[in-house]
Design a protein around this ligand. Structure first.
Ligand code: SF4
Length: 136
């Protein structure tokens, strides 16, 4: 198994640990797809290089999309749900979950960041669209 595949396995384990915590917190999602329309929703999605390589290897490069909308949003739903990035997994617009979100993000982002160094992937962290544009 290549080092990158080993990193992907560890990334999947991190996502799985996060899901276990989310199963306890149970934030609500209405599956509206609003938070994937970044400009109209008024927020940005930040990702790491390794997360992006993972989703692109498993699901392919993103199709061309509209400005300010995630290219993987299809018919109002995420087309790469099983491989989506940490920010997508942690963000919920549920008001009752808001205080938990920041600490949860820091905790899991730290683990994802650490994977880069250990598996020889240059650490890059930035907004989705420019990072996709710089992808090989
Ligand atoms: S990857 Fe999926 S969940 Fe994340 S912003 Fe894009 S469509 Fe939404």
């Amino acid at each position: 198994m290549s080092d990158l595949q080993a990193a992907f396995r560890e990334l999947e384990a991190i996502y799985s640990d996060l899901q276990a915590e989310l199963d306890t917190l149970r934030p609500k999602c209405e599956l509206s797809g609003r938070c994937c329309r970044f400009t109209s929703f008024g927020h940005q999605l930040f990702v790491t290089r390794l997360e992006l390589r993972y989703v692109m290897e498993r699901a392919g490069p993103p199709p061309p999309g509209a400005d300010g909308v995630c290219p993987w949003l299809k018919d109002g739903l995420c087309s790469v749900r099983d491989h989506r990035m940490l920010g997508c997994r942690i963000f919920f617009c549920d008001e009752s979950y808001k205080e938990a979100m920041g600490p949860l993000y820091e905790k899991y982002h730290r683990r994802v960041k650490e994977l880069h160094a250990r598996h020889g992937v240059a650490y890059e962290y930035g907004e989705l669209t420019p990072l996709v544009a710089r992808s090989p």
